[in-house]
Design a protein around this ligand. Structure first.
Ligand SMILES: Nc1nc2c(ncn2[C@@H]2O[C@H](COP(=O)(O)OP(=O)(O)OP(=O)(O)O)[C@@H](O)[C@H]2O)c(=O)[nH]1
Ligand SMILES: [Mg+2]
Length: 310
């Protein structure tokens, strides 16, 4: 496929087009993804999650510049928040992130949260694969950590950065969201506003070493550009940790397993919806209604009989 060769040859337009094809579930997207897959697996993916407005995009913007100075090529996939309350920030994101747009070593892309039959997580990480194949050294994924799905997306990256800001209230809130467990690196941003020291020690106190990695807690001010080098260093350090032991492969396997399940679920759903009007399914429905069979037995029979994933 032409578009695949173009992506592999570093064509930015083709890369943007392929991601759009994935977003729109266009025909050919799956084949193209299959063709680029052998050329993926090199990029270090870093997920950024945290409550709306804590400064994830601003931090990513700073980090992109920092890693560019270190000679790295960076892709960014930002998942737009669905919440109407943060809707206004979406445009802001694009503007703030856009000032790196003319650099050939940077590719920034926003994903819309609606309209993916395969689920947002699948579409997002398919976009990550495209940027990986395109030749990016690092791919950042930004999600709003409001819901479980966003946390999930972030936790699929090799490295997950949890961003928070100084809070006046209790930081137990963070625990509830399950956000502490997923963070490989914790960031207290907006340190310029004060109260960051207390937040850092609170978090630091709650975190423990797991599998030979103790998640560091860093202070940053994306506004003033402070703590950015340290954050970049921590990201590199985590990459080295993953690569030095079994963790890189383990995380890759976790992700592969999730994607496999999702793809199976998707194929299953597609097959059934295509078949919904068909006689096979309706025959079983009638059999259940008349108590000739039960739903579980019928489901097993259908799974055996249907040629799934044609
Ligand atoms: N004072 C201060 N403001 C900051 C800092 N970082 C970001 N901001 C401001 O906080 C607001 C939100 O920043 P974003 O980078 O859009 O935050 P976000 O987490 O990406 O937001 P969503 O994508 O909507 O969840 C903007 O007005 C930023 O200018 C910081 O370090 N200090
Ligand atoms: Mg943002």
């Amino acid at each position: 496929m032409k578009i695949v060769d173009q992506v592999l040859n570093g064509d930015k337009r083709a890369t943007a087009k392929l991601i759009s094809m994935i977003e729109d579930d266009e025909r050919g997207a799956s084949e193209a993804l299959a063709a680029i897959f052998p050329h993926t697996g090199r990029a270090h993916t870093v997920g950024f999650t945290g409550p709306p407005g804590v400064g994830k995009s601003s931090l990513i913007n700073r980090l992109v510049r920092e890693f560019r100075e270190r000679g790295k090529r960076i892709g960014v996939v930002a998942v737009d928040p669905t919440s109407p309350f943060t809707g206004g920030a979406v445009l802001g994101d694009r503007i703030r992130m856009a000032d790196t747009g003319t650099d050939p070593g940077v590719f920034i892309r926003s994903m819309a949260t609606r309209g993916h039959s395969g689920g947002l997580a699948l579409a997002t990480f398919d976009a990550v694969k495209v940027l990986d194949a395109f030749g990016m050294d690092l791919v950042f994924v930004e999600t709003v950590g409001a819901g479980q799905s966003e946390v999930e997306i972030a936790s699929r990256a090799h490295t997950t950065v949890v961003v928070q800001q100084p809070q006046s209230g209790d930081s137990v809130q963070a625990l509830k969201a399950g956000i502490l467990e997923i963070g490989d690196i914790h960031v207290v941003n907006k340190a310029d506003l004060g109260g960051a020291d207390a937040m850092v020690s609170n978090l630091d106190f709650m975190l423990e070493e797991r599998m030979g990695w103790r998640p560091p807690v860093l202070q940053t001010s994306a506004l003033e550009g402070k703590g950015i080098k340290e954050l970049a260093d921590a990201i590199v350090k985590h990459y080295r940790y993953l690569k030095a032991g079994p963790m890189w492969r383990r995380r890759e396997a976790d992700r592969a397993r999730k994607e496999l399940y999702e793809s199976m679920r998707r194929l299953l759903a597609e097959t059934f919806s295509e078949d919904a009007a068909g006689e096979t399914l309706e025959g079983e429905v009638a059999a259940i209604v008349s108590r000739k069979t039960d739903p579980r037995t019928a489901a097993k029979k259908l799974l055996r009989d249907l040629k799934l994933g044609r």
